[in-house]
Design a protein around this ligand. Structure first.
Ligand SMILES: Nc1ncnc2c1ncn2[C@@H]1O[C@H](COP(=O)(O)OP(=O)(O)OP(=O)(O)O)[C@@H](O)[C@H]1O
Ligand SMILES: [Mg+2]
Length: 261
């Protein structure tokens, strides 16, 4: 299988701003020399403790945050060298699902407007209604839901709407940043199964970010484990469960609650 995404020796350094209490600038190496590939059609897991750099890496993959050093290739092309038109196409092809379905949807917008907004931004005029209905049905919601506002939905349904918004441009690659962490365990399984169905239906590739190795084990064959900005270990998830190389990985394995799927 070919690589859709290649991450080569990527770094992200944040610098604190001097303030009244300290003139010293503090450097945070949020992502520190990370390299791995994501194959086309794969669901790659990215796991690690809070603050280890998962979201920062996901944001860099989608060109939402600049890379300090290193290279990210999408279909063999360096994303930092894209021109305006290539960037536009990339933004259509590579989308994000955010962790919190309560804060990621504009409460003042009806679901229809939330979903057509990306179509407006990318000036997609053809077959808009077909795209809209197909998308809303494919995430398990219906036509009437388009007239409602986000607060009228449960957490799981809101995450379905967030998924629909990511899906409406028919992307190839989705970074799902802790998409089920804010949901009840019973609802988590439904959303995970939906993500699997959609991957098959739309030939998607995912980077699935989570702090929960148990969820990742259900979804992913291969996982990357991060610790303080660096890769701790990576490889086949079964192998890592059977033979964790470090104490950090062992702690992640032992700290997971069981998910009934
Ligand atoms: N915009 C920013 N400015 C400065 N530091 C930042 C910024 N964003 C993240 N950081 C720092 O970079 C490090 C990695 O943060 P990041 O949000 O990527 O971690 P994470 O693994 O996604 O954590 P969580 O599991 O809590 O979501 C943390 O030390 C964080 O404080
Ligand atoms: Mg995060």
């Amino acid at each position: 299988m070919e690589n859709l995404v290649e991450i080569k020796n990527v770094y992200k350094t944040y610098f604190s701003k001097p303030n009244a209490f300290s003139k010293k600038i503090i450097e945070t190496n949020a992502v520190n020399n990370v390299s791995f590939n994501i194959k086309k059609g794969e669901i790659k897991g990215l796991v690690g403790e809070s603050g280890c750099g998962k979201t920062t890496l996901g944001n860099m993959l989608l060109k939402l945050t600049e890379i300090t050093k290193g290279e990210i290739l999408f279909k063999g092309q360096d994303i930092s060298k894209f021109n305006k038109n290539e960037t536009k196409n990339f933004r259509k092809s590579a989308r994000m699902i955010f962790q919190n379905p309560y804060s990621s949807l504009n409460p003042k917008m009806k679901i229809k407007d939330i979903l057509v907004e990306p179509l407006d931004i990318f000036k997609i005029k053809k077959n808009r209604d077909d795209i809209l209905y197909e998308t809303i049905f494919s995430v398990g919601l219906n036509e009437d839901d388009l007239k409602r506002f986000p607060h009228e939905f449960s957490g799981g349904q809101r995450q379905r709407i967030a998924i629909a918004r990511a899906l409406i441009l028919r992307p190839e690659f989705i970074v799902a940043d802790e998409p089920v962490s804010a949901l009840d365990v019973s609802i988590q399984a439904q959303i995970i199964n939906l993500l699997i169905d959609l991957k098959e239906k739309y030939n998607l590739t995912y980077l699935f970010i989570s702090h929960d190795l148990n969820v990742v084990k259900y979804l992913c064959e291969n996982v990357v484990i991060m610790n303080k900005g660096r890769i701790e270990e990576m490889g086949n998830i079964e192998d890592i469960f059977n033979n964790p190389k470090t104490d950090y990985t062992k702690t992640l394995i032992n700290s997971i609650p069981r998910l009934e799927i």
